[in-house]
Write a protein that binds this ligand. Structure first.
Ligand code: HEC
Ligand code: HEC
Length: 273
């Protein structure tokens, strides 16, 4: 064998070895990543609760959001803690990739602007009980739930009172107007909204386009509610905030909005309907 052949052989073997090592190393890195991700989710599930004998001290998000995170009642307040496997959460994450992390750190005020929201702030930064590591693990867990739902084909929301009642809870309306539309403080009671709109007499923040709102309701209550829910400030208050947040299409798709309005128009009187 000549020295030249030997040289070529040696270089080829080295190249093959490098390629082989590099390839399997990526696989090792991927495998390690998956492993860490799985550990993070597992830790997140422990912090989420419910507490067990093995892990008695957890944040116990489960007491409100249910043991599997599909939503539940907050004690006997009548308020519903939302389903964390929801499409609406997935959509909020598309708009703001930090959304889940921010809600967990700073609480329900991030969801609705309601400073009295029953969803607490958890971060030690603001006096809460959870460390950054615990919040990161919870964020990964909740995001994995929302993303799983997001990957499924979106289900058309049927235009029924029942489906609308569910939208009322999941879209965050209940966080301000109460589980039974009864209102509280600056958030008005809307239990009679199927009969009449609220006018400046009942609105905590009087609106400048009251006449327009009344005329719209008389012409077509569905249209008035659509305009109010989508953007009350721009449609009925000359662009000034009303205390009620806007609900753009990305956040509340049209089929969900129509079902929601069907539910609202069914509300005629004192909580019955
Ligand atoms: C005392 C009850 C309660 C506890 C405990 C609680 N939550 Fe909440 N959570 C709520 C309520 C109520 C809302 C709705 C907030 C609103 O509309 O003001 C909410 C909203 C959320 C949202 C936003 C959902 C959305 O669709 O926008 C996330 C994410 C969330 N909670 C995660 C958690 C995690 C993680 C924990 C545990 C660290 C936790 N929550 C503990 C009551 C609770
Ligand atoms: C952050 C709290 C908050 C959330 C979330 C919220 N609202 Fe409101 N809503 C308000 C406030 C405050 C007013 C009164 C505005 C005013 O005084 O001008 C109001 C008013 C209303 C009215 C009365 C309009 C009229 O003149 O008849 C309706 C109907 C209504 N909201 C429905 C909803 C629905 C449906 C949702 C969910 C998609 C929702 N709200 C979410 C705070 C909220």
């Amino acid at each position: 064998m000549t020295a030249k052949t030997l040289g070529v052989l040696l270089v080829s073997v080295m190249a093959l070895f490098t390629a082989f090592y590099w390839l399997t190393d990526t696989q090792r890195r991927d495998a390690r990543y998956e492993e860490l991700q799985a550990e993070l989710l597992e830790y997140g599930a422990v912090v989420f609760g419910p507490p067990t004998d093995e892990h008695p001290a957890t944040a116990n998000c489960a007491q409100c959001h249910g043991p599997d995170g599909t939503g539940g009642q907050v004690g006997d307040t009548g308020v519903q803690a939302p389903n964390l496997h929801s499409r609406s959460l997935y959509e909020k994450l598309q708009g703001n990739p930090d959304y889940v992390n921010l809600v967990i750190r700073y609480g329900g005020v991030v969801v609705s602007g309601n400073v009295e929201s029953l969803m607490p702030a958890w971060s030690t930064e603001v006096g809460g009980p959870l460390t950054i590591e615990q919040i990161d693990a919870l964020t990964a867990l909740v995001e994995s739930w929302a993303e799983e739902t997001g990957r499924e084909a979106p289900e058309e929301v049927p235009d029924t009172v029942e489906a609308g009642a569910e939208v009322y809870q999941t879209a965050g309306c209940a966080g301000c107007h109460g589980a039974n539309l009864e209102g509280a403080g600056n958030f008005p009671n809307i239990q009679n909204i199927g009969e009449a709109p609220l006018t400046n007499e009942d609105l905590p923040t009087p609106i400048s386009q009251e006449e327009q709102l009344i005329a719209d309701y008389e012409e077509d209550p569905r249209m008035m509610l659509e305009r109010w829910i989508r953007d009350s400030a721009n449609n009925y208050n000359d662009g000034q905030g009303t205390g009620m947040p806007a609900h753009p299409e990305g956040q509340l798709p049209d089929d969900a909005l129509q079902a929601l309005i069907t539910f609202l128009l069914d509300q005629t009187g004192d909580g019955g309907g």
